[in-house]
Design a protein around this ligand. Structure first.
Ligand SMILES: C[C@@H](NC(=O)[C@@H](C)NC(=O)CCCC[C@H](NC(=O)C[NH3+])C(=O)[O-])C(=O)O
Length: 351
């Protein structure tokens, strides 16, 4: 394997930078041909000072979108729906434009507005107003439809949580069961992800877990412990709980074809640019980052109150990194944490 060994000093430097920029703690777990390397810095509980523990569970935010996509693409493989059919064929009357297809949802090209933008315009009041609320998928879709569309269907990439609220509705309509059952039967159980769960609308994280801290918008205001919440504002767009090891297992298994057929993996990893940098792309519920050493990594990022997550793997599934910092609404922390990818997958910079 010509892959460079992970630069674990570089990973630690990125974790330290996340903490130096305001996260109480951070951690990363790399799994590769030479085994597993884990690093933790800081604390998972800033009140009792419990050190960050790589075995701990946390909220993975939008990494949940990749789990939801796997379930929906398995349903496509089973002939239950087709990617280029209008959503209207399966959820008649839900959306006001029957040109919006299933594929548009998974590629964020539907034009459905992201209701979290107004919902969290004022970060802490917005969070406090929803942290114990339970929404139906229909209510989330209605919040989106109350806002102007962001693009004609299929024309451009416009990230929106609304797309994955509709994905959750599709899964429940086609399986006749709660989305939690599909995650459990199709992913958590087969891959033995013992630290991974979908417990919406339960607000607690069971077992050993990280506490998350939300930065207020106003400098100097106190951090908010945002650990307990329903995440009902996100559900199939962001409510999965997992751990570093389980995220390594999930991204590796996905890339190795344990969950979807080669043809479906080809579809999932067919990407379009999400920005002008030429290094950030989106496929079907999946991000691709092109790193400075030429390595392309596939996975997803996550932002939920109190938690930043990165979960990526190489296309051959031989190398995987998961990283988490327990703070949010703090862009410099998220950027610092992202530095773990270059260190882990590109190795030590040639001096
Ligand atoms: C970006 C990320 N998306 C996600 O993980 C989804 C589930 N999260 C969001 O859309 C952010 C909601 C607000 C977070 C809050 N921010 C604010 O409230 C800002 N006013 C916070 O930072 O905790 C992804 O796809 O990679």
């Amino acid at each position: 394997d010509t892959a460079p060994a992970p630069d674990m000093e570089g990973v630690v430097a990125a974790l330290n930078a996340a903490v130096a920029n305001g996260a109480p703690g951070a951690m990363a777990r790399f799994s590769g041909p030479d085994g597993v390397r884990s690093r933790t810095v800081g604390v998972q509980d800033r009140v009792n000072g419990t050190p960050m523990d790589v075995r701990s569970r946390f909220r993975i935010g939008s990494v949940s979108k990749t789990f939801s996509t796997v379930v929906l693409l398995q349903l496509v493989q089973e002939g239950r729906l087709t990617l280029d059919a209008p959503v209207d064929a399966y959820l008649p009357g839900l959306l006001p434009d029957d040109r919006i297809t299933v594929r548009h949802l998974l590629t964020h090209r539907s034009g459905l507005a992201d209701y979290t933008d107004p919902m969290f315009a004022n970060t802490v009041p917005g969070f406090e107003s929803v942290r114990n609320r339970v929404f139906t998928y229909q209510e989330l879709v209605d919040l989106s439809l109350a806002l102007p569309r962001t693009t004609e269907p299929g024309v451009s990439y416009k990230y929106s949580n609304a797309n994955f609220a509709v994905v959750g509705m599709l899964i429940e309509k086609l399986t006749g069961r709660p989305v939690a059952d599909a995650y459990q039967r199709r992913i958590f159980k087969p891959l033995k992800l013992r630290d991974t769960s979908y417990v919406h609308p339960e607000t607690r994280i069971a077992g050993r877990h990280v506490r998350g801290y939300l930065y207020p918008d106003a400098a100097g205001d106190p951090l908010v412990d945002s650990t307990e919440q329903t995440v009902s504002w996100a559900q199939s767009a962001g409510a999965v709980i997992s751990s570093p090891a389980d995220l390594n297992t999930f991204t590796r298994a996905l890339m190795r074809g344990r969950l979807l057929s080669p043809a479906m993996m080809e579809a999932m990893t067919t990407v379009t640019p999400t920005d002008a940098t030429g290094t950030r792309f989106y496929g079907l519920g999946l991000r691709r980052y092109d790193l400075s050493c030429g390595t392309q990594v596939y996975g997803h990022t996550g932002t939920v109150q109190g938690f930043y997550t990165y979960a990526f793997s190489t296309r051959d599934g031989r190398r995987s990194l998961s990283a988490m910092a327990n703070s949010s609404n703090r862009g410099v922390v998220n950027t610092a944490l992202g530095g773990t990818l270059e260190a882990a997958f590109c190795g030590k910079k040639p001096t």
